[in-house]
Design a binder for this molecule. Structure first.
Ligand code: HEC
Ligand code: HEC
Ligand code: HEC
Ligand code: HEC
Ligand code: HEC
Ligand code: HEC
Ligand code: HEC
Length: 417
């Protein structure tokens, strides 16, 4: 049974005004451009990458489809096309307390989150970068010097509203939460740190960024490939490029695990891992099954770990993320297509497939997903909406493929009343 939670707006909103209302921490003025000695940018790691537009000349179809994927969209410069929330009067405010308000405003051609205290403007922070494709939501980053800060307000798609950013305080405007390289490592493809002595850099060269999860995150830096193929149009073999299917199963999984492998800990400088490397040469990875099964299904959780714990993975030699996902395309919501991947291994005409429950369900081959990979609430993409006390969470598919009695009961009741 679907339990509908009605959030009752609490009558007594206790507003505790802490002494420090606005944390107006000024960023130290170390905006010095840190290129190379002569001021010419020469960074071998950055220069190993091509611009992904260059791939279009020879891989047009893949390039164009990739533009529609969540991977491409997940880290982009902020502008009218990429910011999903509304700047219209009446829809553009988020009030923390009766006296503290944040207002989303368009000023000339730029967009700002503007903090007001008792009606007086305190600070305007520009939307510079959008993190998140908006399937679930978008968070926003602001450049100050060569550092990035996460803005206090996020867009939450399920409610079509601005919301307090996950983990931010409810009673004041936090303006100085720094964005680490780790955040960028999952949502964009490359950034040159300007304080690279740190394991977790906090400042970056704004002119050396590769937005989104680019081709080269899965295929390795490709400047040499582009150069070679351009000079040798007669060569029909791809050189200086990684095709994941030609790697071992474990290295294929490692590419995805860089960002879908949960809370792994870095042991080499940021952005060192390349497709084809062993992830364990760059990160400490906890592979024990008990940890995986007890870890909550989560957005910044662990699809790789959950899948690896599933029988489908353990009892086959070939299953990888790519067995179900074609990451060049946007396949969101294509339940029937995904179910065909299941029936590729689980033949619905086999006697063993005719279980008690399966026999009750008509058109079973169209949807294996809702029963065996049910959607569950995320622990970290959960936001506070204005005037509500309970966090509202996004739903994610568990990748621990199994039998979920509660969800299955729900599904059967909905389908066969
Ligand atoms: C000048 C043409 C050209 C450009 C530009 C180009 N490629 Fe290729 N690429 C090729 C050719 C030719 C092949 C070999 C035939 C094939 O697999 O399509 C290839 C193959 C590949 C393969 C498969 C390799 C394999 O071993 O199976 C990948 C992956 C790839 N390219 C990625 C990229 C990416 C990413 C970019 C942009 C950064 C890019 N290519 C730009 C011509 C090009
Ligand atoms: C550099 C980090 C990174 C790598 C590497 C990566 N992903 Fe992702 N992936 C993301 C992020 C971030 C999102 C969330 C995008 C969003 O909605 O903002 C995502 C989303 C997805 C989605 C959901 C797409 C949708 O339409 O909502 C799928 C499926 C996926 N990734 C599969 C894979 C697979 C398979 C691999 C390995 C071949 C992989 N990813 C490698 C970062 C990565
Ligand atoms: C370990 C990799 C990783 C790190 C670190 C990470 N993310 Fe994510 N993030 C993901 C993945 C993967 C998804 C897609 C959700 C999923 O399918 O699990 C996602 C989803 C999101 C979404 C929702 C996008 C949508 O689907 O609409 C937002 C917003 C987001 N992340 C913001 C952030 C911010 C801000 C940071 C840093 C402070 C951050 N993330 C750090 C991997 C990461
Ligand atoms: C999230 C990871 C990911 C991203 C991003 C990605 N690819 Fe791929 N790509 C793969 C995987 C996995 C395969 C192997 C697919 C297979 O054969 O099953 C592949 C295969 C290829 C191939 C060779 C096979 C074919 O289908 O022709 C080319 C060429 C290619 N990719 C180009 C690109 C280009 C160009 C981009 C960016 C526009 C891109 N890829 C983005 C994961 C990715
Ligand atoms: C590469 C082949 C393969 C694919 C693809 C695959 N499975 Fe499996 N799956 C297996 C094997 C092998 C087992 C273990 C033997 C068995 O129970 O049939 C298994 C086991 C299971 C089980 C029993 C789990 C348990 O803990 O008892 C379920 C349920 C299941 N799969 C559902 C699915 C669904 C749903 C999909 C698609 C989303 C899927 N499988 C995709 C191979 C696969
Ligand atoms: C047996 C099939 C199967 C395999 C293998 C698989 N996925 Fe999925 N995945 C799905 C299905 C089904 C969905 C739900 C798609 C939808 O409804 O849009 C999904 C959704 C996702 C999403 C979107 C966010 C969410 O949870 O709703 C991400 C990210 C993702 N998968 C990543 C991965 C990664 C990384 C791997 C490898 C570790 C992987 N998947 C392996 C079937 C699979
Ligand atoms: C209505 C929910 C539901 C749907 C839809 C469903 N299953 Fe199941 N499945 C179950 C239940 C419940 C079981 C446990 C056995 C039982 O109670 O019948 C099961 C068991 C299984 C098993 C283990 C079988 C065994 O031998 O123990 C596999 C494999 C499986 N399902 C695969 C699939 C595939 C593939 C699809 C889609 C074609 C699918 N299921 C669709 C509910 C469902």
């Amino acid at each position: 049974m679907l339990k509908k939670l009605k959030y009752r707006r609490s009558v007594l909103v206790l507003v505790v005004l802490t002494s420090a209302v606005f944390l107006l921490v000024q960023c130290a003025g170390n905006d010095k451009k840190t290129g190379s000695a002569e001021g010419v940018t020469s960074n071998p790691r950055y220069e190993a990458y091509a611009a992904s537009e260059q791939c279009a000349s020879c891989h047009k179809d893949i390039y164009e489809k990739h533009l529609t994927t969540a991977h491409h969209l997940t880290g982009q410069p902020a502008n009218a096309a990429t910011i999903m929330g509304s700047f219209e009067e009446g829809k553009n405010n988020y009030s923390y307390t009766p006296s503290i308000l944040l207002s989303m405003q368009k000023r000339d051609s730029e967009f700002y989150q503007v903090a007001f205290y008792k009606g007086e403007e305190k600070k305007a922070m520009r939307f510079d970068m959008v993190i998140g494709s908006g399937v679930m939501g978008e968070s926003y980053l602001n450049w100050r010097g060569n550092r990035l800060y996460q803005l206090p307000i996020t867009f939450f798609t399920a409610a079509n509203q601005w919301a307090n950013s996950p983990g931010f305080p409810n009673d004041r405007v936090l303006i100085d939460r720094p964005v680490t390289a780790r955040c960028l490592e999952c949502h964009i493809s490359y950034a040159t740190p300007t304080d690279s002595a740190r394991m977790e850099p906090l400042s970056f060269d704004r002119n050396q960024l590769i937005y989104g999860v680019d081709c080269q995150k899965c295929h390795g830096p490709a400047a040499a490939h582009v150069e070679y193929q351009s000079k040798h149009p007669e060569d029909k073999q791809g050189k200086f490029i990684v095709n994941p299917v030609k790697l071992s199963r474990s290295k294929q999984m490692d590419i995805c695990a860089l960002c879908h492998g949960g809370n792994i800990q870095k042991t080499t400088p940021s952005f060192s891992f390349k497709a084809g490397d062993d992830l364990s040469d760059h990160f400490i990875i906890d592979t024990s099954t008990t940890v995986l099964l007890n870890s909550p299904v989560d957005v910044h959780g662990n699809q790789v770990g959950l899948l690896k714990a599933s029988k489908c993975f353990r009892m086959t030699q070939t299953l990888t993320c790519n067995s179900c996902h074609n990451t060049h395309e946007n396949q969101r919501g294509k339940t029937e297509l995904f179910s065909q991947k299941c029936t590729g291994c689980h033949n619905t005409t086999d006697a063993t497939f005719r279980t008690a429950t399966h026999q009750q369900v008509q058109g079973i081959e169209k949807n294996c997903i809702d029963c065996h990979m049910p959607a569950q609430p995320s622990k970290s993409i959960a936001v506070k909406l204005q005037g509500q006390d309970i966090l509202k969470a996004s739903l994610l598919r568990t990748h621990y493929i199994g039998i979920y009695p509660e969800e299955i009961k729900k599904y059967i009741q909905q389908k066969q009343p």
